[in-house]
Design a protein around this ligand. Structure first.
Ligand code: HEM
Length: 526
């Protein structure tokens, strides 16, 4: 059979493949033979283009493409990867190769939800998200004596990841489990709403560092859910280590892309960035362990499981203190800044879209008619416009602008042969802001997410995925959603939010967030 002969002659899998296989979402065979493909020679075939033909910025000899991240010389600024990604899409199209990155595999930017769907659907049982080799190094080399063979989920791969994740998946991801924490999440939201009242200046505006205040809420909320501990973040004078923890988490996130995308000198010697990063991770570990141990002190494992914090639930089921502590550590590492930046972005979008905020208030006033009306899960379930406002913000400004997977075998993506080991980057931010996938894509239109609205259109299910997808999707999704919904409902029950300053651009710092002091004005509703 001539088709298959040409594969063998070129010694390159997937040089040609039948159209049926190409469009299939099934895992493609590694080497195409007449046994693995039912299509006869006469069937329509499609040429698979070689990997080398994927367009993208050309690497320089010796410097590869890393030079592009050098300040003042290169054209890739980490803070503006959103704009860089858009430009790459405009210049090269839906599949772009950024190769020649020293110390790391090629990156393949995907701007096509059909192709993203295929990658996700082909995912095997051990999906590999290729992020944070520096954290992997921290957990498995530098602080090996602490982590041992229990690395947690962040920056952990293969069977170790699967073993850990299978033990915590149900506790973290069942919607019913998350809802059990509604009461403590509500108490923390109410505390924060009170604090907002006290933070206002004479013009009812927030201080320049309002984002830090939101971090404090996010940390307190997570500590209640994960450990059943009141850290006191929302008190007038919080314990010193709460701010230290917030700063360390920020330092950690800011340095991740620097260590990953710039020339990785840290792999050869400890650079100042690397030292700062390790210091931050050590602080996170030290402070979290202090609170984890506190939480253990008054542990009653015989208590009704529904009353237990996430960490205690895991402890009760697994009887493994190390595993429960490492889970809590991972949650603090990635569960604070993500949620707080999402809240900052949602409040900002509502403040600059007052007509949409008005519709949100109409919904809230109907469901919670007075300042004393009690928010319950049932009432929250009725708040479809509130949820649509959150979804719409996450579509236009996803806090995590892209996600990724590393190919575990040779495959075909976008009609090209792609070898094993390449890092596929799903460009969600660029995709979900395109007219092709969302009409009036640059308009804040929560109605598009409402089932019964005239503006609701069916969307490509892979065009906006703020929490990822599949076996490795965000472990904290249920908690993040609940925390954000409860906080937003509590704020909007009490205040109208306005913004009277020059419009803010967005940047990556370290999440995708409004760039500038969030001088929101909170006006009493009652
Ligand atoms: C708005 C808030 C959040 C957003 C937008 C977000 C987004 C994401 C995304 C995009 C991923 C990668 C998913 C994938 O690879 O398919 C992820 C992973 C993860 N997230 Fe979140 N996240 C948020 C909040 C949280 C919170 C509050 C927690 C913890 C309580 C959390 C814990 C995690 C963990 C542990 C992972 C790694 C999962 C794994 O690799 O197995 N996230 N998140």
């Amino acid at each position: 059979m001539t088709i298959f002969k040409s594969v063998l002659e070129l010694n390159r899998p997937f040089n040609v493949i039948c159209k049926k296989c190409l469009n299939s979402s099934a895992q493609l065979p590694n080497v195409l033979t007449s046994e693995t493909c039912e299509i006869s020679e006469s069937a329509q075939i499609k040429e698979i283009k070689p990997y080398e033909d994927i367009p993208g910025p050309k690497p320089l000899p010796l410097l590869g493409n890393n030079w592009r991240f050098i300040p003042y010389i290169g054209d890739f600024q980490i803070e503006h990867i959103d704009k860089v990604s858009k430009k790459l899409y405009q210049k090269y199209g839906k599949i772009v190769k950024v190769g020649g990155l020293l110390g790391r595999p090629d990156m393949l930017f995907l701007f096509d939800p059909d192709e993203i769907e295929k990658v996700f659907r082909r995912e095997d049982s051990l999906p590999l998200r290729p992020s944070m080799p520096s954290l992997n190094y921290y957990k498995h080399n530098l602080r090996k004596e602490f982590f041992g063979d229990i690395g947690g989920v962040i920056a952990v791969h293969g069977e170790n990841w699967q073993k850990f994740r299978s033990k915590v998946n149900q506790i973290m991801l069942q919607p019913r489990s998350a809802k059990m924490y509604a009461q403590v999440i509500l108490e923390t939201a109410e505390e924060f709403v009170k604090r907002i009242g006290g933070l206002r200046n004479a013009a009812s505006e927030m201080p320049d560092n309002f984002l830090n205040e939101i971090h404090r809420w996010s940390l307190e909320s997570l500590a209640r859910v994960a450990l059943d501990i009141k850290m006191g973040c929302l008190e007038e004078h919080p314990p010193d280590d709460t701010q230290r923890l917030i700063d360390a988490i920020n330092t950690f996130f800011i340095n991740v892309p620097i260590l990953e995308l710039k020339i990785p000198f840290w792999r050869v010697f400890p650079t100042s960035t690397f030292n700062r990063y390790i210091e931050a991770l050590d602080s996170i570990r030290e402070i979290c362990l202090k609170y984890i141990n506190k939480s253990m002190d008054n542990l009653d494992l015989d208590a009704d499981e529904n009353q237990l914090s996430v960490m205690r639930k895991v402890l009760k089921r697994e009887k493994n203190v190390k595993l429960a502590s490492i889970l809590a550590l991972d949650l603090f590492l990635v569960g604070v800044d993500t949620t707080s930046n999402a809240v900052a972005s949602i409040l900002y979008q509502l403040s600059i879209n007052p007509n949409k905020q008005l519709l949100l208030h109409e919904e809230l006033d109907r469901i919670l008619p007075s300042a004393d009306s009690r928010l319950t899960i049932d009432k929250l379930d009725e708040m479809s416009y509130l949820k649509a406002c959150i979804k719409e913000t996450m579509r236009m400004f996803p806090v995590v602008i892209g996600n990724g997977r590393q190919t575990s075998s040779d495959c075909v993506i976008g009609g090209h042969h792609v070898p094993k080991g390449v890092q596929i980057v799903f460009q969600h931010f660029v995709i979900s802001n395109q007219e092709e996938f969302f009409f009036e894509s640059d308009t804040f239109l929560p109605e598009r997410w409402l089932q019964h609205s005239k503006m609701a259109k069916s969307h490509h299910p892979f065009a906006s995925l703020p929490f990822g997808f599949g076996k490795r999707m965000c472990l904290g999704k249920r908690f993040a959603e609940l925390e954000i919904q409860i906080l937003l409902a509590t704020i909007m029950q009490n205040y109208r939010v306005e913004y009277h300053h020059p419009k803010l651009d967005y940047y990556i710092h370290p999440m995708y967030t409004p760039n500038g002091p969030l001088k929101l004005k909170f006006v009493n509703k009652h």
